[in-house]
Design a binder for this molecule. Structure first.
Ligand code: FNR
Length: 335
């Protein structure tokens, strides 16, 4: 199944292999503009026959960057570089999406940082300012404008970053959201920020929409996988196409990852919410990826670090599964 096509919201991927979004921290001039590095790094994985690449967390506001070296999509000046990246990847026969993100209280950018409530991530972190109601509205609008730019750049998929303790996750989690204004309180109120981001994005974007969430917050008072199955049903009702099931990062927690450790989360969300899922986290072997798909535990497999180590992992996997796949025509029988 790994090398069977997958169609989602009218977009057909040539296989089920997705490159997970990974920050390259390569905008050394702090402009957030696409750099030569990105134009080499991403198309190399397209040459390697990855079906879908998701470009790293790209900040919807300068303050929403994790670091000053992050990629950005906060201004119209960013569109041209993204358009070039899309053109290069399409030229090698792969599809390409972008993850739009706001780091919230986990931003390491100098100056004030923002979050739902004035609660720092840990004792070493800066205390964020609680977003005012205007700040909330402006931030939602920043996600919408980022989606509009992603569309102008020609991306095939938009992924909203709702995981890893960044701003959207901070709204969802009772550990970081103590608001009393309709954006905090019970589960539905904590979901309101993400609800409005999704609704806003959908006013400018009608292509496949993915949301990455941390389906386990690893804290007794945090959201549980059951809570995320509930949120996934809400997202499905809003027209989200796929939940990319990551975990952690909401609060400091010692996680001991092992191969496929987040796959049961993707499986649970898929079964209980009836929505397509992506599995991610220490998926490195072809048979392991095949098992996830054959047992209907997820619809797509996302690989992170293994695709950093081996940009041609699809070829490695095809050999292991004894499947013939096409390589770049230029390589002919050398592939
Ligand atoms: C990441 N990860 C990540 N996740 C995300 O949602 N947005 C991002 O921009 C990043 N950035 C990032 C950079 C680097 C260098 C690494 C290694 C990881 C997490 C990544 O997408 C993936 O979920 C994890 O790495 C787990 O998958 P693997 O690496 O075990 O396949």
């Amino acid at each position: 199944m790994l090398f069977t096509p997958f169609t989602i919201k009218g977009l057909t991927l040539k296989n089920r292999i997705v490159m997970s979004p990974m920050c390259m921290y390569s905008c050394m001039d702090e402009s957030g503009l696409v750099q030569d590095w990105h134009k080499i790094h991403y198309p190399a994985r397209a040459v390697g026959q990855v079906g879908l690449l998701i470009v790293e967390a790209s900040a919807v506001t300068p303050q929403g960057r994790i670091s000053v070296h992050d990629l950005g999509i906060w201004s119209d000046a960013h569109v041209e570089g993204h358009r070039e990246l899309v053109r290069l990847v399409h030229g090698q026969g792969s599809k390409i999406g972008i993850q739009i993100a706001h780091a919230g209280r986990k931003s390491e950018v100098p100056g004030a940082i923002v979050a739902p409530s004035a609660i720092p991530f840990d004792e070493k972190s800066r205390t964020p300012e609680a977003l005012s109601s205007e700040g909330v509205a402006e931030t939602i609008e920043a996600f919408v404008q980022a989606a509009r730019r992603a569309k102008e750049a020609g991306y095939d998929v938009i992924e909203i970053h709702g995981a890893h303790g960044y701003l959207i996750n901070e709204f969802l989690s009772p550990l970081s959201n103590r608001r009393e204004d309709g954006y905090g309180g019970d589960r539905d109120k904590r979901y309101r920020f993400l609800r409005e981001v999704i609704d806003g994005v959908k006013t400018v974007w009608d292509g496949p929409l993915f949301v990455r969430v941390s389906t386990n917050e690893y804290h007794p008072e945090g959201n549980t996988p059951d809570d995320y199955a509930y949120y996934a049903r809400l997202m499905k009702d809003q027209g989200v196409d796929l939940i990319d099931c990551s975990s952690g990062g909401t609060v400091p927690a010692a996680i001991k990852p092992f191969p496929g450790y987040q796959v049961p989360l993707a499986e649970k969300i898929r079964r209980e919410a009836g929505i397509a899922t992506g599995a991610v986290g220490l998926i490195t072997e072809a048979q392991q990826a095949e098992e996830i798909l054959q047992n209907e535990r997820a619809d797509l497999v996302f690989l992170g670090r293994e695709l950093l180590r081996d940009p041609y992992w699809p070829r490695t996997a095809a050999k292991a599964l004894r499947v013939e796949i096409e390589g770049p025509t230029q390589y002919g029988r050398g592939w």
